[in-house]
Design a protein around this ligand. Structure first.
Ligand code: ADP
Ligand code: MG
Length: 292
């Protein structure tokens, strides 16, 4: 990006804020269809979704005056037939220019277990999600003689950090240096030589994630997975991208969890609550507050 263009984009960021929120509505799954579940979320256009309360059709005389429909607006909204490419083009692709110009960016999927976070962030081998699409477009944008890309991939499960690219590293620690940089000493990083290799690295890492079946999702990922993409320009660290597939927020009653699953759920909800505090603090402009 040239100087003037970068300045224009910076002004745009300052005007619009640093946070972009998009919602993706998934199709009903087979279990929901068999149970004839009520579809309560509809995407209206590329920014608005409609939430319908099932009570609307219950003819309950006592509740007939209640508001049964609500509309919510986001920076982007996607319906059940949207492809990963369309989501990428509208949300994550515009980040590439910023990262190439030296900014850091974070993308994460947040939602209840079974909402489609892993599907969106990781996808499948045949239909890869945002992690692969974003890394691939970054790679296509840079000149390999000038820039080098390194990938690290970790999971946080029950507050324990593991290296998904090097499982033999055991349990890793999270440390903060005297400049306030958060680091994970011992976390491996691999140089991504081309897009085929990037896909292979992500697939290997994903296969090592902690997954367990819950009643809300047969392949529920019970960990947060964080892909760190670091860009070096002439061997100097330049921009960083964090791509995160969060573990699902959940109510114990929905997932029928007991014992180990319940304990995992408590750790997941605690970390999501901390994330919520960070986002609230950032968006309220309340600078300097320490978030525990
Ligand atoms: P989460 O990670 O939020 O717990 P998943 O991403 O594992 O949920 O999605 C749960 C199930 O729904 C998976 O079988 C996934 O393939 C399917 N699914 C999710 N989103 C979509 C979508 N947009 N289109 C089609 N299937 C989807
Ligand atoms: Mg998941």
């Amino acid at each position: 990006m040239r100087g003037a263009e970068l300045k224009r984009n910076m002004n745009e960021i300052e005007k619009r804020g640093f946070v972009c929120v998009a919602v993706r509505v998934r199709p009903l799954n087979e279990t929901e269809k068999t149970k004839k579940a009520f579809q309560c979320v509809y995407s209206l256009d590329n920014q608005r979704v409609l939430l319908v309360d099932p009570e609307k059709f219950e003819n309950n005389i006592l509740r007939q005056n209640r508001q049964h429909e609500r509309q919510f607006s986001y920076d982007a909204a996607f319906g059940p037939n949207t492809s990963h490419d369309e989501v990428h083009a509208a949300t994550t692709a515009p980040l590439i220019d910023y990262v190439v110009s030296g900014f850091n960016a974070t993308v994460f999927a947040y939602g209840a277990t079974g909402a489609g976070k892993t599907y969106t962030m990781i996808g499948t081998k045949e239909n890869p999600g945002l992690m692969t699409l974003l890394t691939k477009s970054l790679y296509e944008k840079i000149n390999p003689d000038e820039y080098t890309v390194y990938l690290s991939y970790l999971e946080v499960y029950n507050e324990i950090i593991k290296d998904l690219l090097n499982p033999s590293a055991g349990i890793l620690e999270l440390l903060e240096d005297d400049k306030g940089n958060v680091q994970v000493p011992g976390l491996s990083r691999v140089k991504a030589p081309n897009t085929i290799k990037i896909r292979q690295i992500l697939q290997e890492g994903n296969a090592r994630r902690t997954q367990e079946a819950t009643a809300a999702n047969k392949v529920s990922s019970r960990s947060h997975a964080l892909l760190q993409v670091t860009l070096y320009k002439h061997a100097v660290q330049h921009g960083k991208l964090f791509l995160i597939d969060l573990a699902g927020s959940e109510r114990a009653s929905n997932t029928l969890n007991r014992g180990k699953r319940l304990k995992e759920g408590a750790a997941i909800n605690r970390s999501l609550l901390a994330l919520g505090n960070v986002i609230n603090s950032l968006s309220s402009g309340n600078k300097g507050r320490y978030i525990a």
